[in-house]
Design a binder for this molecule. Structure first.
Ligand SMILES: [Zn+2]
Length: 403
């Protein structure tokens, strides 16, 4: 458990992440004087305290890694830890859809956030017409996965669990004061807060002010983006009703939007409502003429029970087992060309990093060819690899001992 100090108090980091409203005033004071919080993941070094940035996102505050300081945190226990060698993804590429800028991300999404309602189409592509030098836009899933990776949410340091509060705080520290399609990130993208009865009023007010910015006039529709955990999708008289965790607000969606999501994100779709898994959505929301909230496009990311991204139900089972056994591991994200040969998981608590492959699609020729290619690569590079070939029993898979 990582402890953090600010404004004269020392508390568990998870306590702050789970109750941002309760600590808002203390964090606001510390942001002014001395201008930072302190991480206590290692024995104290009075000359060089492990400072943490205090950032505002929306109405509340959260803690973030001090720039270029990630390697000084406790590698085994602290979520602020980041290896020095960890490469940034295409941050120097000026045409990249997602760029890291001072204070957050600068993102160009393929989905329009402001559309003319005259002659409206629900799946309009880019805001601008393209010219030879325009930035290529990111699809919703690509953006969601990139933020997940930048936030370190695809890494597991051996903790017993992780809830939505930690995810929220880690996502916000990546999004920061960024820009999305030229607009202020904080105005257009809301990451659902963990709902807490004791401190609900400021969390609800903040969410309401985000929803209030989603408006449709006769000429224009201003949309909002929401990252949240999906609770359920149910058919109704007029299309579908979508429910999210941490809020009682309901969202509507047309059959076309739901059919497209079910088809595009099959593994995630199949596990909505399954207690072993979690499904995270990045949803584009607009207001109907009647004032209801409607999802006009969305991406779904399947995760295990502790919000580690997974590509299949088998990977969910494997990730849940690794977490239960308190292993340290990474889920490498396949975001760019050249990432295809990354392992499904990588154990980082073994003497040599160990690849874990879940070969769940026996019979698919393309998949089997990739499998053979990977096995040859591991043999050539002498990378230890653990294989699980369902339907073999997961419990029968032997994992190397962790350090
Ligand atoms: Zn730390």
């Amino acid at each position: 458990m990582t402890l953090v100090s600010f404004d004269g108090i020392t508390v568990a980091l998870t306590e702050v992440q789970d109750n941002p409203a309760k600590y808002a005033r203390a964090l606001e004071r510390a942001k002014k004087v001395p201008g930072h919080a302190v991480c206590r993941c290692l024995p104290e070094s009075p000359r060089a305290p492990l400072r943490l940035v205090i950032r505002r996102y929306g109405a509340l505050f959260h803690l973030a890694r001090w720039p270029d300081d990630g390697h000084r945190h406790n590698a085994k226990t602290c979520s602020f830890y980041r290896a020095v060698s960890q490469p940034d993804r295409s941050s120097s590429d000026t045409l990249a859809a997602i760029r890291t800028i001072a204070g957050g991300l600068d993102v160009k999404l393929s989905t329009s956030l402001s559309v003319r309602t005259v002659g409206q189409s629900t799946r309009q592509s880019s805001d601008q017409t393209s010219s030879g030098t325009s930035r290529r836009p990111a699809p919703l899933l690509g953006f969601l996965q990139r933020v997940w990776e930048d936030a370190g949410l695809n890494e597991w340091a051996g903790a017993p669990s992780r809830g939505w509060g930690a995810c929220n705080a880690q996502l916000l520290s990546v999004l920061g004061d960024g820009k999305l399609n030229g607009k202020s990130m904080q105005d257009v993208l809301h990451v659902m807060r963990r709902y807490d009865d004791a401190d609900s009023s400021s969390v609800l007010a903040e969410f309401q002010s985000f929803l209030d910015r989603i408006v449709t006039t006769p000429a224009r529709s201003n949309r909002g983006l929401l990252i949240a955990e999906l609770r359920s999708v149910e058919p109704s008289r007029y299309g579908f009703v979508v429910r999210l965790r941490q809020t009682r607000e309901t969202f509507f969606a047309s059959k076309a939007v739901i059919d497209s999501a079910a088809d595009s994100f099959r593994s995630a779709w199949a596990m909505i409502g399954d207690a072993c898994a979690r499904v995270v959505t990045l949803a584009v929301i607009e207001r109907t003429k009647e004032g209801n909230l409607r999802i006009v496009d969305c991406a779904l990311q399947l995760c295990n029970s502790t919000f580690l991204p997974c590509d299949s139900s088998f990977e969910v089972a494997m990730a849940n087992r690794l977490v239960a056994q308190r292993r340290r591991f990474v889920k490498p994200m396949r975001l760019e060309r050249g990432d295809a040969m990354l392992p499904d998981f990588r154990l980082t608590d073994t003497t040599v990093p160990t690849a874990i492959e879940v070969y769940g699609m026996q019979g698919n020729a393309q998949y089997m060819a990739r499998k053979a290619e990977k096995q040859a690569l591991y043999a050539r590079e002498r990378t230890p690899c653990v294989e699980w070939v369902p339907p073999d029993d997961l419990a029968s898979v032997r994992l190397p001992d962790g350090a």
